[in-house]
Ligand binder design. Structure first.
Ligand code: BT5
Length: 261
């Protein structure tokens, strides 16, 4: 990917003022966390790489990151928020992604808490990591992987058990997309939502997210460490926690897990 081609399309207040593009890294989140820890990154710094040798998802899961086909991006945010509000930044990233996909004519769905799905298949995932001192958030790193030009035969050959559940933008559109352009579109979209967060706070992001998610009042099931919690979504609070009403009428607060469908 080329920094000048990405920059050409940027229209941002904060994001990407410092933009670093690598050929290969272990994980863009690691690079950005390392820079943040050394004081060498600022609010809005973005790291992008052509490939990752140790791309990761949540809970030690692997993110398959072949060279030259996809987008691997991490962005640094230094907001004044409590650690428990940090998942709002996963929501912010999901909203930004859904908006960018819609400009490509793709109707993407959010699967709580961090997946982007099209026609039942995963196209993108978000990994949110925090730098914390005591009870203060020093920084939030949002890592985003998007399958852009991943061909069908790569998915079939390399993605074993998840091949039926994976898609890419090129497969949906029937042609390859410019990774530089998509990258710039995503940085612009993240920047717009971050500006909204700074102006109107976490609740405003959660409200947009609820609208994009579309499952308020619906019956859902969440896998919480192997235990399935089901119920009607009563509300989503300002931290992004879900409140499910069980058939017995109890309210279950869900902080972390994987939606099942
Ligand atoms: C995620 O985790 O979906 C978060 C993925 C974040 C990746 C980005 S890339 C840039 C930055 N640097 C990093 O090192 N990470 C971030 P999770 O919900 O835990 O989902 C992981 C699961 O998604 C895996 O266990 C697989 O089932 C599936 N998966 C792995 N690679 C995939 C891919 N390329 N496309 C679709 N699904 C994939």
């Amino acid at each position: 990917m080329e920094i000048s081609k990405i920059r050409k399309h940027l229209e941002t207040e904060k994001l990407g003022e410092k933009l670093l593009v690598f050929n290969e890294v272990d994980s863009t989140n690691n690079i950005l966390r390392g820079l943040a820890a050394q004081g060498a990154a600022m609010d809005g710094t973005v790291v992008v790489s052509d490939s990752q040798t140790a791309g990761r998802g949540r809970m030690g899961r692997k993110w398959i990151s072949p060279r030259g086909m996809n987008l691997y991006l991490s962005a640094l945010f230094c907001p004044e928020v409590s650690p428990q509000k940090s998942s709002v930044f996963t929501f912010l990233a999901s909203c930004a992604l859904v908006d960018v996909f819609s400009t490509y004519g793709v109707d993407a769905e959010i699967k709580w808490p961090n997946d982007i799905i099209v026609c039942g298949k995963k196209i993108s995932g978000v990994l949110t990591e925090l730098g914390i001192s005591g009870d203060t958030v020093d920084y939030i790193v949002i890592g985003i992987g998007v399958n852009l030009n991943l061909p069908e035969e790569f998915i079939r050959r390399e993605m074993d058990d998840i091949s039926e559940k994976t898609t890419s933008l090129s497969l949906l559109l029937g042609e390859d997309v410019s990774r530089d352009r998509f990258c710039a579109d995503l940085i612009n979209s993240l920047d717009r939502f971050y500006a909204e967060f700074r102006r109107r706070g976490a609740r405003a992001i959660v409200d947009v997210w609820i609208e994009r998610w579309g499952l308020l009042g619906k019956d859902i099931s969440i896998d919480v460490s192997g235990e399935i919690v089901s119920g009607v979504v009563e509300r989503v609070d300002g931290n992004g926690f879900l409140y499910l009403r069980t058939p017995e009428g109890d309210i279950n607060k869900v902080i972390a897990g994987d939606a099942v469908f």
